[in-house]
Design a protein around this ligand. Structure first.
Ligand code: SAH
Length: 427
């Protein structure tokens, strides 16, 4: 049996796709590069914005063609396109054999088991999993979200917040580390809230995972401004393997817009939090998400977002044009009244301002010495990331994949740094 797992969207899909591949391999399945060669295809879909949803649709149309020629092929659709009621999807894509709801935390084994008529007697021990994943790998630690940001479809598709048990997470991280993964990125919709439902916390999980053999670094995302407490800041500062790197979406730099988004904080609260974080965590790398052209966003309100960028000076800003999602609150409350061209202009404006700020921040790192976790090569150069998540390129003839290397930074642009290895510190 040959399988093809495809994913788009957030890192949670990447993590689920990886686990699905591992699970299928325990039953002897082998990966197929192309859908044309696969007996079973699993798609991890995304509907957070229309652009992603369209790409999933196109992939499904490809599958329709392949399956019409090879009806024995089995197809499963997973991820956020899968609603509670799949009648509409079934009408549109009748060739899909199975839907995996992101609300159900069925063990993957149970999902594929009856889907593929697998025989439990022939399943390998997970200890025997062989496939090597990235030097850096995402691991989902909690699912779902209890908030109702008015633009966001995710809570409706992924359901209520629930945490995975720390023992299960540790086993997954150990299994990845055994196969060569050196960095794990812990994922949750609001990762800071990890453990509330099962009597534990993210700081205690970070402390526990710090003792996994072979693991060099830990990161976590995505954080939420209301939930990022002092104990988490202190854990990041105190635990050597936990990187000084926080992804904290603000979405808009204007209080009226934030209120309409139902984010539950004001710009000032956010900025106070950043100030505290930066004082507790020296060298903190900070990224954020911003939506431009939300319902009713005026030019003045948009300018407030640009001003915020100047004040906070993020390392990275992920910016998206507001995309109306059916089923969320905003279409019921307001019109999607910022024209597409104007949304585009605002998006480019954010990108322009941020490119300048990032270049200034990165330039200031020239001359510094950084610890890089080397992930691979691109155009004959090694690349990896600093603890605060800057991409660094450097040259060396040594086999360095997966190593921690000290690099002197020599050049910088808005997007990356260049450097020379100072000394080789093998961890
Ligand atoms: N938990 C995160 C949301 C994850 S979704 C949070 O606190 O916001 C990832 C990003 O997609 C969000 O940060 C947001 O910037 C963007 N996004 C979500 N819904 C969107 C929509 N309807 N239109 C445009 N961007 C959206």
């Amino acid at each position: 049996m040959r399988y093809h797992v495809w994913s788009i969207g957030c890192q949670m899909n990447t993590a689920d796709a990886r686990r699905m591949g591992d699970e299928l391999e325990l039953y002897g399945a082998e990966p197929a590069e192309r859908i044309d060669d696969a007996d079973v295809v699993v798609l991890y879909s995304c509907v957070v914005r229309q652009a992603a949803q369209t790409k999933v649709h196109n992939e499904l149309e490809q599958l329709r063609r392949v399956k019409s020629q090879r009806p024995s092929m089995r197809i499963a659709l997973a991820g956020c396109m899968v609603e509670d009621d799949v009648d509409e999807l079934s009408l549109k894509y009748p060739f899909v054999d199975r839907y995996f709801s992101p609300k159900l935390d069925l063990p993957l084994r149970d999902q594929v088991f009856d889907f593929l008529d697998l025989d439990e007697r022939y399943r390998l021990d997970p200890e025997d999993a062989e496939r090597v994943h990235g030097i850096s790998a995402p691991v989902t630690i909690s699912q779902g979200c209890n908030r109702r940001c008015t633009y966001c479809i995710i809570p409706f598709r992924r359901g209520a917040e629930r945490s995975r048990h720390p023992r299960e997470i540790r086993r997954e991280v150990e299994s990845l580390a055994r196969r060569g993964t050196r960095e794990v990125v812990l994922l949750g919709q609001i990762v800071d809230r990890y453990g509330r439902d099962i009597g534990t916390t993210l700081p205690s999980l970070l402390a526990d995972l710090s003792s996994v053999d072979g693991l060099a670094r830990l990161r976590f995302l995505t954080s939420y401004p209301v939930d990022f407490g002092r104990p988490l800041m202190e854990a990041v500062a105190a635990l050597p393997k936990v990187c000084e790197d926080v992804n904290l979406p603000i979405q808009a730099g204007d209080d009226t817009t934030l209120r309409r988004m139902a984010r539950g904080y004001k710009v000032e609260d956010y900025e106070c939090l950043i100030e505290e974080m930066r004082s507790v965590i020296p060298g903190l790398g900070l990224s954020t998400d911003i939506i431009v052209g939300f319902c009713g966003e005026t030019e003045v309100q948009f300018q407030h977002t640009l001003e915020l960028l100047e004040r906070v000076r993020f390392d990275v800003v992920h910016v998206a044009m507001y995309s109306q999602r059916e089923g969320t609150a905003s279409p019921r409350l307001w019109r999607d009244d910022v024209p597409r061209e104007e949304k585009k202009r605002r998006l480019h404006e954010v990108e322009r301002v941020q490119a300048r700020i990032a270049e200034e921040i990165n330039q200031a790192m020239v001359g510094s010495r950084q610890e890089i976790l080397v992930e691979g090569t691109r155009q004959n150069k090694w690349y990896g990331r600093t603890r605060n998540n800057k991409l660094v390129f450097f040259e060396s003839d040594l086999p360095l994949a997966g190593q921690l290397v000290t690099v002197d930074i020599t050049r910088a642009t808005s997007w990356s740094l260049q450097g020379c290895p100072a000394e080789l510190a093998v961890a």
